[in-house]
Design a protein around this ligand. Structure first.
Ligand code: KIV
Length: 276
């Protein structure tokens, strides 16, 4: 592709304008090679705080720090050209006040080049979302199962069933009215996701929600079968890289022990070929 024909990354307003159009495609990424692999296929890539669980072996996302997000954000940015990068605000970096949220969101964007931040929470975060948006920080909201609240939600349960449905609809409207350019709906009944999608003005991005959402997102290590500690019902495994990777490692170990590796083609002669 010529330099002039090169596709540029969409802006948050471009993502917002996709409401009701062709589905938005998104995955998480934490490293440069993974970002390069998905760049041409995704509209936006999320540097998710799921990095703590899938790459660092943490038991939840609560231990993820600003420094971890910045390091992974910088790595992902090096791998993206045509997809927009969104970065998660980690637990404890935004809940205290709109001012705290601004300070940390500005640092995340300034040090990684992300085009937007994502934060968890509905109506109770609306004031913070409006504060950030008014100061130049595009915000993607995240409602439903919000993993940073696992301890108050009592686990990773489906959200918005029965009485909770009205509250979630109110959350969706609150973040949309506050100026978020899109909202992630995680682990909620499909009918509620469809209803929210129909009633709010910004794109809904589903994960365990509905194919009727305006877009979908998955954790890349889940869909590639690299994260195998558990598999949520909403994850479709498009590959089993964990299984094939372990088989490759086992074969390497056997070959080293049998002195079959390295073979002739992997080793160097005393002199370069053709030299006397
Ligand atoms: O951190 C993350 O990976 C996320 C997605 C699951 C939406 O927030």
């Amino acid at each position: 592709m010529s330099a002039t024909a090169q596709k540029t990354a969409p802006l948050p307003d471009d993502i917002r304008a996709r409401k009701g159009g062709d589905p938005l495609v998104s995955l998480t990424a934490y490293t440069t090679p993974m970002a390069q692999m998905m760049d041409a296929h995704c509209d936006f890539v999320l540097v998710g705080d799921s990095v703590g669980m899938v790459l660092h072996g943490l038991p939840s996302t609560l231990g993820v720090t600003m420094d971890m997000m910045i390091m992974h954000g910088q790595a992902v940015a090096r791998g993206l050209q045509s997809a927009m990068m969104v970065i998660d605000m980690p637990f404890g970096s935004y809940e205290e006040s709109p001012q705290q949220a601004f300070r940390n969101a500005a640092r995340l964007m300034g040090e990684t080049g992300a085009g937007a931040v994502k934060l968890e929470g509905g109506a109770h975060m609306a004031e913070t979302i409006a504060f950030l948006v008014a100061r130049g920080i595009p915000v993607m909201a995240h409602i439903g199962l919000t993993p940073q609240s696992v301890n108050t939600l009592g686990g990773y349960k489906v959200q918005g069933r029965d009485a909770g449905a009205d509250l979630l609809m109110a959350d969706a409207k609150a973040v949309s009215n506050a100026g978020a350019f899109a909202v992630v709906l995680e682990k909620i009944p499909a009918s509620l996701a469809d209803q929210i999608t129909a009633e709010i003005a910004i794109p809904t991005i589903g994960i365990g929600a509905s194919s009727g959402c305006d877009g979908q997102i998955l954790v890349v290590d889940d869909m590639l079968g690299l994260f195998t500690a558990f598999k949520a019902k909403f994850v479709k495994r498009y590959a089993d890289l964990g299984v094939s990777g372990e088989a490759a490692i086992a074969q390497y170990a056997r070959e080293v022990r049998a002195r079959d590796f390295p073979a002739q083609e992997h080793i160097f002669a005393d002199q370069a070929p053709g030299k006397k």
